[in-house]
Design a protein around this ligand. Structure first.
Ligand code: GDP
Ligand code: MN
Length: 397
């Protein structure tokens, strides 16, 4: 879950990392009334990065310029995202831009600090990115070791302050259940203060249950975009009476026309690749796992099939250890009975209750006149992507 810059900065200031004074506006007139001192920075609030290079971060030195600048930025498009608000901030007198971020290092499976003395918009090209890993069994000792590595990269008079920023950033990162907090640039101002000029925060949505303050989850999908109707519907599936068993609410809507119902996180990523490799265009990314109840899988299948213009449905997963195949496929059968799709359906699934699962699916297909092919463990998952794509070529909607 990606946050907007202003939301990220709210988190930073809670941990006493200085951020520029500013406020968010949706209209140029509103901003003009509120701003009393110039110059200011105007910054598009979108979940995507690279705003500077896209002309969505600009300065303004008087009221007229402010209005013109805001109007030139509002409603700009970043992929699917449209700029709906801007952050207007005091313009910082920048001496130098650094790059600082807190992340998880996948190699050591521990939190880490990334730092570069060459921060700013060309950070992708820098060769001076330094990684300093924390030791979870010795968090405070880690701060010392991380500081020893990073502080020599800045002038002596800035070291004490930078150490405090690193300490605060790591606290913010851990306590917020973030996956990444990136400050690029972390600036040192002409009067020698560290200020976070930008903030890119990605939260770990699996920690939602312990963050009542994450109210923005209602308005944002996993990529930080406004959720579609179907994404909203899918999100509700794991709440309510059946909340305790399995998950069936991961649904991200995409542009294509092949509906997918995957099971298992790892397999679903590989399957997505297999589908695209065969020239298929996914209509969604979705995945259920942990042996969810029949009703939950049915609800998810309904969401997937409710998308208009589908040309095929791929139900695919590995060989389950404890997910009951007849129960979960039974849920899909329930939804198929209601929707009765005309497009071809390919199933590849195995595990406990697989024979019964296959039987009820094939029986439903016969009764409903569906084009459905069922495969078990003997057919590799990826191969069934090709089978589905070939079937869709013969199919006329
Ligand atoms: P991004 O391109 O989406 O990462 O947007 P940033 O917020 O990082 O802004 C891009 C660039 O604008 C920064 O690298 C700075 O060079 C510049 N910038 C942002 N805020 C200020 C500011 O307050 N003062 C000055 N002088 N430059 C700024
Ligand atoms: Mn930035």
């Amino acid at each position: 879950m990606n946050l907007f810059e202003y939301e990220g900065k709210t988190i930073l200031s809670k941990y006493h990392i200085p951020v520029p004074k500013g406020a968010v506006f949706g209209f140029a007139n509103e901003a003009a009334l509120a701003v009393s001192s110039y110059p200011v920075m105007v910054k598009a609030q979108v979940a995507s990065g690279g705003r500077g290079k896209a002309g969505a971060v600009k300065s303004a030195s008087n009221e007229l310029e402010l209005k013109e600048t805001i109007n030139s930025i509002l409603r700009l498009k970043f992929g699917k995202e449209i700029v709906k608000s801007v952050l207007v901030e005091e313009l910082l007198p920048i001496e130098k831009e650094y790059y600082l971020s807190a992340i998880y290092d996948t190699k050591s499976r521990a939190p880490a600090i990334l730092f570069s003395p060459e921060g700013g918009m060309d950070i992708e090209e820098t060769k001076s990115l330094l990684l300093a890993v924390y030791d979870l069994t010795d968090f405070y000792g880690s701060l010392e070791r991380v500081s020893e590595k990073i502080l020599p990269l800045v002038p002596e008079k800035q070291r004490f302050a930078l150490k405090n920023v690193i300490k605060a950033l790591m606290n913010a990162f851990m306590e917020s259940d973030a996956r990444q907090i990136e400050i690029n640039p972390l600036v040192i101002t002409k009067d020698g203060r560290f200020v976070a000029a930008d903030a890119k925060v990605t939260l770990d949505e699996d920690a939602t249950f312990r963050h009542e303050e994450w109210t923005f989850l209602e308005e944002r999908n996993l990529l930080g975009l406004p959720p579609t109707e179907r994404e909203r519907a899918a999100r509700k599936i794991d709440s309510g009476a059946l909340a305790y068993r399995g998950t069936a609410s991961k649904y991200i809507e995409m542009d294509g026309d092949i509906g997918v119902l995957f099971s298992g996180g790892g397999a679903s990523i590989t399957n997505m690749d297999a589908l695209i490799k065969e020239g298929g265009k996914p209509a969604n990314y979705t995945e259920y796992s942990g042996n969810p109840a029949r009703e939950k899988v049915a609800a998810l299948a309904r969401v997937v099939m409710s998308k208009p213009g589908l040309k095929g449905l791929w139900i695919c997963g590995g060989v389950a250890n404890f997910t009951q195949i007849d129960e979960t496929l039974g849920g899909i059968v329930d939804a198929l009975r209601e929707v009765k799709p005309k497009y071809p359906i390919v199933v590849r699934r195995a595990g406990p209750g697989e024979k019964e699962g296959q039987r009820i699916m094939e029986e439903a297909a016969e009764n409903l006149g569906l084009t459905l092919k069922f495969f078990g463990a003997e057919t590799p998952m990826g191969d069934t992507a090709k089978i589905l794509i070939n079937l869709t070529h013969g199919h006329t909607a």
